[in-house]
Design a protein around this ligand. Sequence first.
Ligand SMILES: [Zn+2]
Length: 792
Amino acid sequence: MRNLKKKFILSFLFIFCALLVLAQTAPKIFYFNLQDVRLLESPFKHAEDLNLNYLLALDADRLLAPFFREAGLEAKAESYTNWENSGLDGHIGGHYLSGLSYMYASTENPEIYARLNYMINQLKLCQDANGDGYIGGVPGSKAVWAEIKEGKINASGFGLNGKWVPLYNIHKTFSGLRDAYLLTRNEIAKEMLIKYGDWAINIFSKLSDEQMQDMLRSEHGGLNEVFADIFAISGDEKYLTLARRFSHRFILAPLINKEDKLTGLHANTQIPKVIGYKRISELDGNKTWSDAALFFWENVTQKRTVSIGGNSASEHFHPVDDYSRMLTSVEGPETCNTYNMLHLTKMLHQTSPEARFLDFYERGLYNHILSTQNPETGGLVYFTPMRAGHYRVYSQSQTSFWCCVGSGIENHSKYGEMIYAHSSNDLYVNLFIPSKVNWKEKNVTIIQENNFPEEAQTQFTIQSKRKTQFTLKIRFPKWVSNQRPEVMLNGKPILVPVIDGFIVINRKWKKNDKLTLKLPMQVTVEQIPDKSNYYSFLYGPIVLASKTGTENMDGLFADDSRGGHIAHGRQVSQRDLPIIVGDKNLIASYVQPVQGKKLTFMLLNLAPEKFATGMELIPFNTLHESRYMLYFPFVTPEEAEKISKKIEADERERMHLESKTVDKVILGEQQPESDHAVKYENSQTGFVEDVQWREARGWFSYEMRNRGKQAKLLYIEYFDRDRSRNFDVFINDIRVGALSLTGTKGDKRQTKIFPIPEKMISNEILSVKFVPMPGSTTAKITEVRLLNTLIE
Ligand SMILES: [Zn+2]
């Protein structure tokens, strides 16, 4: 009897604890289906419209071609180029399913619906032809999956068995089918998805956990999330087991221990893994995994994120206490990262609704995501450099097939997903995006209208047949400049409480009730997270930036070359850009509104002299096809004095060098090179920052003019940043010297001087030639001069 009682108490305690744990990982609010939200006129609606055209401009048959090829079927068109025919074949096809599904749910556009159904029906032909459930465009699919099934695994960050991230690639197809089912209730997609899941179980089930973890070193998107979703859709536990086996412990373990070991890791490889940990925790109540996801989110958003809400330099997490790479790289935050971070944020907010999640979501959405679409062409952006004076490259629908085009065609199709949420009796307004939401359970439609941020307010109109009791909870963001909310109901001011960051109004709402909320904003300043002296300006939640010029924006609209997504044009010297001089505590006050120009400000207190009249600041998300400055360096007047002295000293040194120069050639620049009869074989030019260079695996030479027969010395300026480079220097075919590089001097230019042999001094032309040792390359050489005497 006592035992029985103990058993009863124990099992009661067990159930209670299990419920408690589940309660911590279960949704507290529900988002609306995209079908229930419609965007109204705003930049977001404009982006949605443009993206609809971009989706329709893509040729479904060309996107399907890799899937047909791998299924042994004849494709109806040729594959697209770029990443679509160089190893990542088919990845855009997967994203395309998702993009079309989101777009259909958001607009119910019939052409989009037809395109989506066509894609699914064609992919079904491929799945049927494969016969084992597989659908994918990975080149040589059959062989690579057979190898892996046998346990032959050769994994690295961006490779698996000699292929370019095949797991990452198939994740896109899995997600596309899931989205087609969840967003448009396409039953064929559901059937295909589950069959595809069975294929995955068949391929990976024989692998040991060690083999799985070894394989997961290779980028694999959010396969753990999508397998967990298949469990949620099918109810079959085996997919959840697969999801857990696809969870990379190398990343998970430190997060569970509350350790940030992210520095140096490829950023966008990790974020989807964490989304998967969170998704699994929602389904099995594993709070440890949910906490690990939250810890990741906190670290990335607080320590690793710039003002626009993006992260990563050259796609990697840099040290939290050193943003120098972020500030100098032309490969700033990648759009995919923010796409994934917003997805993670949405999930975290659902199980624990908190203002901080919405603050980050809004920041990333308005300033990064919205800004990554060209508002004329619909072209999409990969990198958004924080490097001052640089620019961004836009995709073109028929040439550019990068990851950020894939995530991009999804981004601009689903702006309705987070604007509202609800619980049984509460309607939450999370974002101030003009839109209409249909709350079916309550038979109520709410219309939100505004011209935010141009106008600092938003207005709601209630539409319902009969009076309806519910609580309207409107986010009262931390960026508003007033302490107490100013709310008008049907034209009369009302007093409302603010609870946990939300204005709470509970009443019996009636048809045509109108509510207006003022959202006064001010300019604020935000220091870069490593606390170095770089500052970004905001107006409310909107990040401001300056245009700095439009010269030399090579590749502004990307072609289909492999590196076409990177802004390769000349980098502007940071010395030619403004710097704020003044008092650190007063920086925000150096920004003044420009009268008569909405959302336009003037940043004052700038040096050097040519910026004395100030720089115009506008919302970064409206700044396109231009070089720009988003983070501004700051110095005190004393530091400014030191800098200008240093510039003067450098200038004097330069003048001194010029006074000794008989002839010079600036390498890589067309005119000086052709003036000196440049000749070369297997040679190329490029930039380190704003400095141009030439190098060769073959050789290169210049005809230098020995004016007045004064030349006594040969001066060479070069970069010593590449290891194991050895080369000889010839004048008139006689070897006058050699250089061996250490590869350790980074971006600081080095110099070397060789005497010119006596017997050549009477020659009017000296032919200077650089020849690497066999198998080596010359240095990146930037300047060659003839000098008449040694420079002291
Ligand atoms: Zn990307």
